[in-house]
Design a protein. Sequence first.
Length: 350
Amino acid sequence: PRAGPVESKNEAAMSELVPEPRQKPVVPMKPMGINASLLGYIGIDTIIEQMRKKTMKTGFDFNIMVVGQSGLGKSTLVNTLFKSQVSRKSSGWNRDEKIPKTVEIKAIGHVIEEGGVKMKLTVIDTPGFGDQINNENCWEPIEKYINEQYEKFLKEEVNIARKKRIPDTRVHCCLYFISPTGHSLRPLDLEFMKHLSKVVNIIPVIAKADTMTLEEKTEFKQRVRKELEVNGIEFYPQKEFDEDLEDKTENDKIRQESMPFAVVGSDKEYQVNGKRVLGRKTPWGIIEVENLNHCEFALLRDFVIRTHLQDLKEVTHNIHYETYRAKRLNDNGGLPPMTVETEENHESNL
């Protein structure tokens, strides 16, 4: 029997009330973790060994700058860090020699090899820094030198026929030596770090820490940290460059406890309890440079060389150099700076 008009109306009303069942959205399958034991060993982990072999063949550059007034043991400390005479030791100024009127910059290169790994180390010394009566703007030649190295790298990078491996003369680390006064930082210290922390990785160190008692040293370190914070001076490792929680935890400890490293340098060996140790002889005994109860040299060495050397290089390349590069290209209207070769080609085309 045919449905009457009333029934068809009801059906229409029902179909309006009951929505059609929606199709479930297709959920993409999760990538399954491959069980290596079932399918056998692939060998992804060998990439680490491949990288190690490549680094051993080519070696790497590391450029460290030391800044501070004369007599703070800068050369001795660098020699102690790398366990060799890598920095010229100036035994004070001779009568014939005059203190340089302006800051001179001396770069000395060495190749150090250890465990089959070659490091081309360059130590950049800055004689004359902070030694004048008027030290106004004496940080300028240092900033100029740092920027010149960025410029040199940039010009090599934008060459059409660029080298496969650009020689790296960029300053990866600047050790800034603070005088162990026990009082506060000098205006020159603050001025230098304020200007230069934007272009280079600064690691502040308190020199000749054996001239202070343990209490004086602890108080001075806290005072220096406070002054740097109040003046908005960021030293390495900078907070904003911590990549993950592990980095942050490790670096916070360094920032809040170790910095600035209170150090003693020495390239002389002494016999202590039947062992040969690097130390400084005093009337009351031998200060062992690598003994953490005596000074923080071992902490500084481990930080600069054993845990953060690669990071110092990366922050220099990815942050400081990138900032310089972006500014240069921006100032040049987005064009790369002209190199000598391209200038010559440009002239020959005219």
